[in-house]
Ligand binder design. Structure first.
Ligand code: AMP
Length: 502
């Protein structure tokens, strides 16, 4: 089965109803075939790579869908990429065409980039009913690559994770099933479509369920709040910072038809989960995923939704918590690396057999497990999994393991803290010291000494940060994830200049 089979099944039932913004299923299908014709005329063929370098807009959706129809491979590119990342992605994926808009094309200037297809032209082709669309095309094989998504990569060059047409079909089906997603749903998002969260979850899920997707170009809390109040809007998918921003708006409002709010891509703090529930009566459904496998764990739709947890495996997904040293399964309550297996898991990194081999372990049953690099634990009492940090972010201080997320969750509860990030700083005596960076609530006085005293009543002493530094804004990527490598670089720079970061 491929994603196109699922889309066609939904379109057969939902033809005249709205699919994306104000475009119906029938118009989306017809527009896609016109865009496919335009791309074929520009030389795009099955197996070729086309980069999608544009902000959230219909052109992105059309070119993505047209690429799937042609059997070409879509390569979404982060709109924040500049010459170095762009050159890497365009060269590594050996891209033959690039979708770019007036906003993004300027960043391709001066690069040895392939020919550009303008987003504005694509939208005109899609609307132009006087032109014939491409003839029905041969269906891509389920195992053929559909997408190459470059991972955000905290170290080294980003790698292209290859997701097949079958992977995408499985991922969309898993979400639709687990979250009881139907043709009556309207989902609002401001997530970038260049990321799996926006693309594989929001867009593919909607077009599989037969529902409607409302896409905001970028997240702006007030505008999103207005959308979520509209009758008929039933779902919202966001990253934790979006929930923080929604909570910062002054007056609580009613969401007449909103039935599920999903959070992912980074840890949702217990504090935000609780405040959102208290204010809006909505228990956010947290799920866990990654580019390489789409999604693996979700809180149960029917509840209980456990704060600070990522729930249970999606249908068809297997997970294992494995010791980072010997790979053996860790007992419940213990911490280990989360391994993921299932038909949703990617086939490998694009033209990178070394990285692909390193990303998997094969067990005695010949099951291929993807090594997520995330540290997890199974809570047998609540029967849920919890993500406690990244393997590479684990801090070892004086021989004790410190999981940054645990410390951040406590700091985030302290009055005046808007967000925090905990990293390890090299220390000759202890190996590493726990260091906290804090983004304070604007206008609320923040007292580091009081925070320290408060943390000491809640955490083991080796987990309490040795240094606390207040910064105006934590460095974040396009998905709102804190870029800890930049914080570590800040520590290194200060160490070199031998000044304290506090
Ligand atoms: P990406 O490939 O950019 O989607 O990033 C995937 C990574 O995001 C995972 O490996 C996790 O480190 C992190 N992540 C995603 N969802 C969650 C979550 N619910 N809680 C904690 N970390 C998460």
């Amino acid at each position: 089965m491929t994603l196109l089979d699922l889309f066609d099944a939904a379109r057969a039932e939902c033809g005249s109803t709205l699919a994306v913004n104000d475009v119906s299923y029938d118009d989306l299908a017809a527009g896609t075939m016109r865009v496919a014709q335009g791309l074929i005329e520009r030389g795009l063929r099955a197996g070729d790579r086309i980069a999608l370098f544009c902000e959230n807009r219909l052109a992105f959706v059309y070119v993505y869908l047209a690429a799937l129809r042609i059997g070409a491979i879509a390569v979404p590119a982060n709109v924040l990429y500049r010459s170095s990342d762009l050159t890497h992605v365009l060269t590594d994926a050996d891209v033959s065409l690039v979708l770019a808009s007036a906003e993004t094309a300027i960043h391709l200037d001066g690069l040895d980039a392939p020919p550009i297809v303008a987003a504005e032209d694509v939208e005109a082709w899609a609307r132009d009913a006087s032109t014939a669309g491409a003839q029905p095309l041969r269906r891509p094989e389920p195992e053929a690559p559909a997408l190459i998504v470059y991972t955000s990569g905290t170290t080294g060059r980003s790698k292209g994770a290859v997701l097949t047409h079958a992977n995408l079909a499985v991922i969309a089906t898993q979400l639709v099933t687990a979250w009881r997603w139907t043709a009556r749903d309207t989902l609002a998002i401001a997530l970038p479509l260049f990321h799996v969260h926006g693309l594989c979850s929001a867009l593919n899920g909607t077009l599989t369920a037969g529902g409607r997707l409302l896409i905001h170009k970028r997240f702006e809390a007030k505008a999103m709040l207005v959308t979520l109040q509209q009758p008929g809007v039933t779902m919202f998918f966001g990253v934790p910072t979006m929930y923080v921003r929604l909570l910062e708006l002054p007056d609580p409002v009613d969401f007449p038809t909103l039935r599920v709010c999903v959070s992912g891509s980074a840890a949702l703090s217990t504090e935000v989960f609780e405040r959102f529930a208290a204010r809006y009566g909505i228990t956010i459904l947290e799920r866990y995923g990654a580019t390489e496998f789409g999604f693996a764990l979700t809180n149960r739709f029917g509840g209980p939704r456990v704060a600070g947890s990522v729930g249970v495996p999606f249908p068809g997904v297997r997970v294992r918590v494995a010791s980072a040293t010997d790979g053996e399964a860790v007992e419940s309550g213990g911490v280990g690396e989360l391994l993921v297996s299932g038909p949703n898991v990617f086939s490998g990194y694009w033209r990178n057999p070394g990285a692909t081999a390193a990303a998997f372990v094969v067990d005695g049953d010949a099951t291929r497990w993807y090594r997520s690099g995330d540290l997890a634990t199974y809570d047998a009492q609540q029967q849920v999994y919890r993500i406690v940090g990244r393997l590479k972010e684990l801090i070892i201080s004086g021989g004790f393991n410190v999981y940054p997320l645990e410390v951040e969750s406590e700091i985030d509860r302290f009055p005046g803290v808007r967000a925090s990030a905990v990293v390890g700083a090299p220390d000759p005596a202890r190996g590493e010291n726990v260091v906290a960076f804090i983004e304070a609530e604007p206008g609320v006085p923040f007292d580091a000494a009081k925070l320290d005293a408060w943390l000491r009543t809640r955490l083991a002493s080796f987990k309490v940060p040795k240094h606390t530094s207040v910064i105006e804004a934590l460095p974040r990527n396009a998905l709102g994830k804190v870029e800890k490598s930049k914080l570590r670089a800040l520590i290194e720079a200060h160490a070199e200049s031998s000044t304290s970061i506090c």
